[in-house]
Design a protein around this ligand. Structure first.
Ligand code: ATP
Ligand code: MG
Length: 427
């Protein structure tokens, strides 16, 4: 026997115990998306590397160093998707969802891959939920997307534990003007910048503001602010957003240093942050990316969206609300004797059938009554049904509540369903 093979660094198994938490959150996501009229889109995990290079930008952490890229048989470079906005826009263009000024509201859920330095809250495979809207300009749709995320916090008990930060990146012209001011300022402080920032200063200076190096905090805090370089239209756009948020009772703070790591954003950018997850405090991030469709070869179409990290969401829910009990099946079927083993499978089928059938685990592996009851208990079932040779002969079954809902009783098989309903508190 060789050594056991383990998973690679920075990726995680989701075990049955945790899957329940995921399902609960995924259900919340689906229900909230439905309430807002968003439809799901599933795109491949694998795309041409070029898609991400053209959309995310060559000079970003993701494209510079975080993509898993390999050569296909025909020589194409392929990458595991590091995020899903680019793929969604690609699919929307490819399938005509942007044609004739159509509007689409879509959402997605799935794994993303980045060659990160693994640490708490930062993984190499992680899951994102995202919402994207195409074809709608203006600040109100941005407010809707923020409200949609706030509705998720409401559902998951996180309201008040995540803070909304907003900023604007204005128009491309605003940014050109601002970039100049920023570069002048950074040049004056060149000697205090780190290597990464010096490089970014040349290629994509706004991203210096996104630096995670604590030594640069003061320099970044004192840098010129984007909000001071806005044209009237951009200022109005940003004010409209804030008015809408206020009207809907969503609290926010202005963070003038908030720039997104990706190149394609304009106007509104926002993040939901928490102080409860240590260094990886951004749970959800998004903004407007009108330029992306053009960058990917279609006509300019408004786009806006956000993505949230499921692992961070789950960590926060766990941190605030503790672990949850995983519900077991309703019924565990204890069987004794050859005849009962076979009859039990059929009985379990009967109980599961129908719209409001029961969830039933059938003992399929023999064993003494004692060991089967241990299994039943471990399964967290509510009720054990016992079918042995004598019950089989008499056409009865013994019903034993396992969680203190009354005494064991023996009933004719025709009455099992009604008896179970009473014990399980079903109407
Ligand atoms: P950061 O600045 O933390 O690197 P980012 O700008 O790379 O974040 P986005 O690409 O905006 O992050 O992703 C949106 C969300 O996805 C993040 O706010 C976070 O919740 C989650 N996320 C991003 N990268 C990771 C990762 N490596 N592991 C786990 N979750 C992640
Ligand atoms: Mg990152």
């Amino acid at each position: 026997m060789g050594q056991a093979v383990k998973s690679i660094k920075g990726v995680h198994d989701i075990l049955p115990q945790q899957a329940h938490r995921w399902h609960t959150l995924e259900r919340h996501v689906m229900e909230v998306m439905e309430a807002y009229g968003y439809s799901e889109m599933r795109t491949p995990i694998l795309e041409k590397s070029e898609l991400f290079k053209r959309s995310i930008g060559e000079v970003t952490d993701i494209v510079e160093k975080e993509m898993y890229t390999f050569e296909d048989r025909n020589g194409d470079l392929l990458s595991l998707r590091p995020e899903n906005t680019a793929s969604c826009v690609r699919a929307a263009i490819q399938h005509g969802l942007l044609a004739n000024n159509q509007q689409s509201r879509i959402w997605y859920l799935g794994p993303m891959f980045r060659r990160e330095n693994p640490q708490a809250g930062r993984y190499r495979q992680f899951w994102q939920v995202g919402a994207e809207v195409y074809g709608v300009a203006g600040a109100h749709i941005e407010a809707e997307l923020i409200l949609l995320s706030a509705a998720l916090w409401q559902r998951t008990g996180l309201t008040g534990h995540v803070e909304l930060q907003v900023n604007t990146l204005g128009t491309a012209e605003d940014r050109t003007q601002y970039r100049q001011l920023l570069v002048e300022y950074l040049t004056d402080h060149r000697s205090s910048l780190d290597e990464d920032s010096l490089r970014r200063m040349e290629t994509n200076p706004l991203r210096v503001l996104d630096s995670k190096n604590p030594a640069l905090t003061d320099i970044i805090a004192a840098a010129p602010k984007m909000v001071d370089s806005l044209c009237d239209e951009s200022r109005e756009h940003f004010e409209q957003l804030q008015t809408a948020l206020q009207a809907c009772g969503v609290a926010y703070t202005l963070n003038p240093n908030l720039v997104r790591g990706l190149d394609y954003y304009s106007h509104t950018v926002f993040e939901w942050v928490t102080t409860k997850l240590g260094a990886q405090g951004t749970v959800c991030a998004g903004g407007r990316y009108d330029g992306l469709t053009e960058q990917l070869g279609a006509k300019l179409t408004p786009g806006v969206g956000w993505a949230l990290g499921m692992e961070r969401l789950i960590a926060l829910v766990d941190e605030l609300h503790g672990a949850i009990d995983v519900p077991g099946p309703e019924v565990f079927l204890v069987l004794s004797g050859d005849g009962a083993n076979t009859a039990g499978l059929a009985l379990a089928e009967q109980l599961r059938a129908g719209d409001d059938g029961f969830s039933v685990v059938c003992n399929c592996s023999g064993g003494s009554m004692k060991s089967q009851f241990k299994r039943a208990d471990k399964s967290a079932a509510q009720v054990a049904l016992v079918l042995g040779e004598s019950e089989l002969e008499a056409g009865t079954v013994a019903i034993k509540p396992l969680r203190g809902q009354g005494e064991q009783q023996t009933v004719p098989q025709s009455e099992i369903v009604d008896t179970l309903r009473v014990i399980l508190g079903r109407s």
